[in-house]
Write a protein that binds this ligand. Structure first.
Ligand code: ATP
Length: 257
């Protein structure tokens, strides 16, 4: 077991980029959603993609997830199974929390004993160890989103494989109340640090981006292009103000255009 984990760590060290986008453009008919986007995500890196509504954030995430193809440019993803978490948890209502987490393992043909054990471990990781037997309607919105996160981790984390894990998150906390959102942001940072997964997190909330990301990438409005990016260090408040000013500039220049 130790040897396997060492192999995994070594292999992850050898991959220098999990996501690499070069000159990516995407058009829907006459609507240019993205244009000339270059973006890298390194193994274990937490990148927040920030932009106003309609700037192409979800489109970019769906290209990385392989749900759609770019019109121009290249999308390379070096991850065995990237997992997506959306704003809505999209759980199967007839399955318990534990069975929902097991689902991606079941689809990969992993046997009952192993998937039960892995699902229990992941539910512990998201601090839902006590509620594995409950169905989605018996859980709060925040708990349902924790189950969705555990299910995504079941998809992308794998003790026995060498591929880098990757979580793609599309405004996953936007539908939650402020207190629950605050708690889940802290939980996500803890889980990211514990699992070493790369995260590409889409948001229109500057504070959320600065709180969560190691790097914040600002997209312009239609077509979405990378305008600027920041490494997040100390002084989050000041950085949030600087990014907000830049975001407002991007929105007003779009409104004039
Ligand atoms: N399947 C599609 N067909 C046609 N137009 C689309 C399609 N998907 C996205 N678009 C358009 O592309 C642009 C970018 O959409 P996208 O959903 O990626 O933006 P977003 O930044 O995620 O927005 P929001 O924050 O509001 O979710 C929008 O103008 C949208 O109307």
């Amino acid at each position: 077991m130790t040897a396997t984990l060492e192999h995994v760590t070594e292999a992850r060290r050898m991959i220098d980029t999990v996501v690499r986008l070069r000159g990516v453009g995407k058009s829907f008919g006459t609507v240019a959603a993205l244009d000339g986007v270059d973006l890298d995500v390194e193994p274990g890196e937490f990148v927040c993609l920030l932009g106003a509504s309609g700037c192409g954030k979800s489109t970019l995430l769906s290209l990385v997830a392989g749900l759609d193809r770019p019109t121009t440019g290249t999308v390379e993803v070096h991850s065995g199974r990237p997992a997506v978490v959306f704003q809505e948890p999209a759980l199967m209502p007839w399955l318990t929390a534990a069975r929902n987490v097991e689902l991606p393992l079941r689809l990969r043909g992993i046997g009952k004993a192993e998937r039960t054990e892995r699902a229990a471990r992941l539910l512990d990781l998201v601090r839902l160890g006590e509620v594995g037997g409950k169905r989605p309607h018996q859980l709060s919105g925040g708990m349902r989103q924790r189950v969705a996160l555990a299910r995504a981790l079941a998809t992308t984390l794998d003790d026995t494989e060498t591929a880098a894990p990757l979580l793609l998150m599309d405004e996953p906390f936007a539908a939650l109340d402020a207190i629950t959102r605050d708690v889940l942001q802290a939980e996500l940072r803890r889980i990211w640090a514990q699992t070493g997964t790369s995260v590409l997190f889409v948001t229109h909330d500057v504070r959320e981006a600065v709180r969560l990301g190691q790097r914040v990438v600002l997209l312009s409005s239609r077509p979405g292009r990378v305008v600027r990016e920041w490494q997040v260090g100390e002084g989050g408040e000041e950085l949030a103000r600087e990014i907000t000013t830049e975001l407002r500039g991007v929105i007003s220049s779009h409104a004039r255009g």
